[in-house]
Design a binder for this molecule. Structure first.
Ligand code: XUL
Ligand code: CO
Length: 448
């Protein structure tokens, strides 16, 4: 991977981030992420497929509902420099590729509006996107950095106040289609490996004014049409739905993994679509990150991951960088057992805290997240190699591998026979679930 050199260096004072190992005190070095280290026949880089999220990293100024931004980006127009929106977008692209290449991250992800500005008309907005796509393509070629996924922002513009594919106004639904079509075109042009739909406002604020049945039908039709268009346009990758239960809407239709999988099967979309699981969306839905990953893995629909974390103290989508290695171990055990992430990856859909204002902070945040997942991968690998988890689990279900239990799983018993089996028994075995033992073993392996 080549370091990107634009017209100007934006992250001055930071060089390429290298692996230095656990003994290093250099905050700008990886302690666990050694991209070339081989685990299960694949490099760490190939297992983890890290991506940077364009929106948080290069568009997020730290603004919140109570106050404006705390970071002024040197590539943005500010009081001293007056630039038009396209010049700003070009500078931002240079800054982004400088960052990706210094971090040695193989992938990035974007919304159409992150990389190119919204114009007065939809047509001009599409032209803007096409121009920036061409520029991004050149930078991808120069650096070897690739697009993990593209998507369309169908939630920021006021016209999407009631959603896009589920909007009560048909013309707005159609405007969403024109945006998605252009974003799919950009993704194809940039050889993106996936295309994401996050239905930010595809939900409702009140059932009193909502025809939920029609909205769900419309959403399914919209997705089927987008899929058909994508295939026609040469998109060979995976379409991904990213569940989230709420925020910004009170109720979002793509509530959680189980709901989305049911929806995809109901509308016969499950052959083209998989899921993009975000840790903080899982916790917002009252699940654990691991639960959502496992639900997808069991349905063979684990597509990709938006890596971040919430804050246990408040339920919000705080989008913090992941640091909890216990969590990444659990997640990577599911990923490894599922056979890996396929065309997906680990995208840091995470943002700096509002008061993290140094240039280095963005590097340090990503380094921490990459290290947390790298260590998670190592520990998950040794836990799975030790067979302790598979043995305990397999013993726990051993009664289904022999005798009447086996017959039951093969569908060879009717319900009356099943009931009669129990009547012959005098005692029922209480087999320990051994949860504490398993938890302790994880802690032990963390330090092995
Ligand atoms: C919002 C969120 C989005 C999606 C892409 O919570 O996660 O950024 O990842 O639209
Ligand atoms: Co996300």
């Amino acid at each position: 991977m080549a370091l990107f050199k634009g017209n100007r260096e934006y992250f001055t004072g930071v060089n390429e981030i290298k692996f230095e190992g656990l003994e290093s005190d250099n905050p700008l070095a990886f302690k666990f992420y050694n991209p070339t280290k081989i685990i299960r026949g694949k490099s760490m880089k190939e297992h983890l497929r890290f991506a940077v999220a364009y929106w948080h990293s290069f568009c997020g100024t730290g603004a919140d509902p109570f106050g404006g931004g705390t970071r002024t980006f040197p590539w943005e127009q500010n009081n001293e420099t007056k630039m038009d929106a396209m010049t700003t977008a070009m500078n931002k692209l240079d800054a982004a590729f400088e960052f990706f290449s210094k971090l040695s991250v193989p992938y990035y992800c974007f919304h159409d509006r992150d990389i190119s500005p919204e114009a007065e008309t939809l047509k001009d907005s599409i032209n803007n996107l096409e121009k920036i796509t061409g520029e991004a393509k050149l930078r991808q070629k120069e650096t070897g950095i690739k697009l993990l996924w593209g998507t369309a922002n169908l939630f920021s513009h006021p016209r999407f106040m009631n959603g896009a594919a589920t909007n009560p106004e048909f013309k707005i639904l159609a405007s969403g289609a024109s945006q998605v079509k252009a974003a799919i075109d950009a993704t194809v042009e940039l050889e993106g490996e996936n295309y994401v739909f996050w239905g930010g406002r595809e939900g409702y604020g009140s059932l009193l004014n909502t025809d939920m049945a029609l909205e769900r039908e419309n959403m399914a039709r919209f997705l089927s049409m987008a899929r058909d268009y994508g295939r026609k346009a040469g998109f060979k990758g995976t379409f991904l739905i990213e569940p989230k239960p709420m925020e910004p809407t009170k109720h979002q239709y793509d509530f959680d993994a189980a709901t989305v999988i049911g929806f995809l099967k109901e509308y016969d979309l499950h052959r083209d679509f998989k899921l993009n699981i975000e840790a903080n969306h899982a916790t917002l839905a009252g699940h654990s990150f691991t639960h959502e990953l496992q639900v997808c893995a069991d349905a063979n629909m684990l597509g990709s991951i938006d890596a971040n974390r919430g804050d246990a103290q408040n339920g919000w989508d705080t989008d913090q960088f992941p640091v909890d290695i216990y969590q990444t171990v659990e997640a990577m055990m599911v990923v490894l057992n599922a056979g890996g992430l396929g065309s997906g990856g680990l995208n840091f859909d995470a943002k700096l805290r509002r008061n993290s204002t140094d240039t280095e902070d963005l590097f340090i945040a990503h380094i921490g997240g990459m290290d947390a997942f790298a260590r998670g991968l190592e520990v998950a690998d040794s836990l799975l190699n030790s067979n302790v988890f598979s043995t305990i689990k397999s013993n726990r279900y051993s009664s289904y591998k022999i005798g009447d239990g086996l017959k039951f799983t093969k569908g060879e018993l009717d319900f009356e026979q099943l009931a009669t089996i129990a009547l012959k028994e005098k005692t029922f075995p209480l087999v320990s679930g051994r949860q504490e033992l398993l938890e302790n073993i994880i802690n032990q392996y963390l330090f092995r």
